[in-house]
Design a protein around this ligand. Structure first.
Ligand SMILES: *Cc1c(COP(=O)(O)O)cnc(C)c1O
Length: 426
């Protein structure tokens, strides 16, 4: 038994499932999770000292690779001045100015502590600003674990949602309507059925919590038009895509404007940070300017802001990072497809920029229904085979593979060699 297995035995006694977030639990792949001791560049090391090429990248934040010296030094410097003041600081102004500068169509920023909090607050703001209660989300899109967004998307959408978690009252999620990603007619049907009652449509512009599924041509543009027509606000949940697809995020990448945008992951540089952003008119509806209440003891924490500011400043000064990570994403996708062709494995690969996902199905994946058709048993075998060969992937099918600026030619090649062997064994 390895040290991760030993630690996991202790962990399950004091932490539900042995983890502090379910996605880490390796349940879908039937193993004890690796307990990680440190990370550097494209690598992580587990308690047994085994090294892995890491494509989880903390679920997205580590776009520059792990333990980047610029971010580490910014944090070390900030720590010396104190951990939290509960008062405004210079860095909060600087990071907001930088975000407003880089992201299209936003004039103001409110910092929070997680992506969940950012989305929950953006939805509250959309409801407060429109005076409407209902929201539309898409089946298979994840927006954090706040009550109104945890909806069993399999239920009859027109009848309103049903909770997908115990402890979420039906009364709360009856206002959450579910449409199909990449299907505008499913959105139109909801807008017609609940005319004048929809506060917002919230979407991951690239669905990256069902594997990776990009928007069909015209889908995001269509949502924009439907929002303009119905008076609903369009929320882009850019907790993954923000500062990853491009410096300006999905709005810049796809040329579609959202009314509210949420961020997390990358903007914290590895520290717990989220943000929601929009026009001055909308954002000034938020307390203390307006009637929409939202607050946070540790929001804009000085150490977290130092990490985020360092990462965003680095990205602004090195825009070549985006062409670099997209090229690596393409190289991995092309290499995986070659390995698939050679081995005859029934796998398809979706890739957009530095986000990619293999699905264990022979047919194209453009919808959530397609994604659900993937053979998760095969994914588990693939995951185990890759882990044995020193490649750490997300321990579940319906997650993205994240490529960072630190992944070099040698790591990409080693990953592709491992994948070919594993595909052959499936
Ligand atoms: C991760 C994620 C969230 C939730 O962020 P947390 O920081 O985990 O609360 C929300 N939306 C999307 C699209 C995400 O990927």
């Amino acid at each position: 038994m390895g040290r991760s297995e030993e630690l996991f035995e202790q962990a399950i006694k004091v932490l539900p499932g042995g983890v502090n977030s379910p996605v880490r639990a390796y349940r879908a792949v039937g193993m004890a999770p690796r307990f990680i001791t440190r990370a550097d560049g494209p690598f992580i090391w587990d308690e047994d000292g085994k090294q892995y090429i890491d494509y989880v990248c903390s679920w997205g934040p580590m776009i520059l690779g792990h333990n980047h010296p610029v971010i580490r030094e910014a944090v070390e410097k900030a720590v010396k001045d104190g951990l939290s003041f509960g008062a405004p600081t210079r860095r909060e102004v600087e990071i907001a100015q930088l975000m407003v500068d880089l992201v299209p169509n936003i004039e103001m920023v409110r910092m929070v502590n997680s992506g969940t909090e950012a989305v929950m607050s953006a939805v509250r703001l959309a409801r407060g600003a429109t005076g409407r209660d209902k929201i539309i989300k898409f089946e298979g899109c994840y927006h954090g674990h706040s009550d109104c967004l945890l909806v069993n998307a399999g239920s009859s959408a027109l009848a309103g949602g049903h909770p997908s978690s115990a402890g979420v009252p039906e009364d709360i999620v009856k206002h959450t309507l579910t449409a199909q990603f990449n299907d505008l007619s499913s959105v139109e049907a909801l807008l017609d059925a609940w005319s004048g009652q929809i506060a917002c449509i919230i979407v991951e512009p690239v669905a990256a919590n069902m594997g990776v599924v990009g928007p069909a041509p015209g889908f995001l543009e269509g949502l924009r038009k439907l929002c303009d027509k119905s008076g609903a606000l369009l929320i882009f949940d850019e907790v993954i895509t923000g500062f990853r697809l491009a410096l300006g995020g999905a709005q810049a990448y796809f040329g579609v404007k959202a009314d509210l945008v949420t961020f997390g992951k990358i903007i914290g540089g590895g520290m717990p940070v989220g943000a929601y952003c929009g026009s001055r008119a909308l954002m000034e509806q938020v307390a203390p300017c307006g009637p929409v209440y939202q607050a946070g003891t540790l929001s804009g924490n000085p150490v977290a802001m130092a990490a985020g500011l360092a990462q965003l400043t680095y990205l602004k000064e090195h825009p070549e990072v985006y062409t670099d990570i997209a090229a690596k994403g393409e190289q991995l996708a092309a290499g995986l497809r070659q390995a698939i062709a050679k081995t005859g494995a029934p796998v398809v690969v979706n890739q957009i920029g530095s986000l990619l996902a293999p699905f264990f199905t022979p047919t194209a994946v453009t919808t959530f229904v397609d994604a659900k058709g993937s053979d998760v048993g095969k994914y588990a075998k693939y995951f185990q085979g890759m882990l044995e060969r020193g490649v750490a992937l997300a321990p579940a099918q319906f997650e993205a593979m994240f490529v960072s600026a630190a992944h070099g030619e040698a790591e990409l090649q080693a990953t592709l060699d491992a994948a070919e062997e594993v595909f052959r064994s499936l």
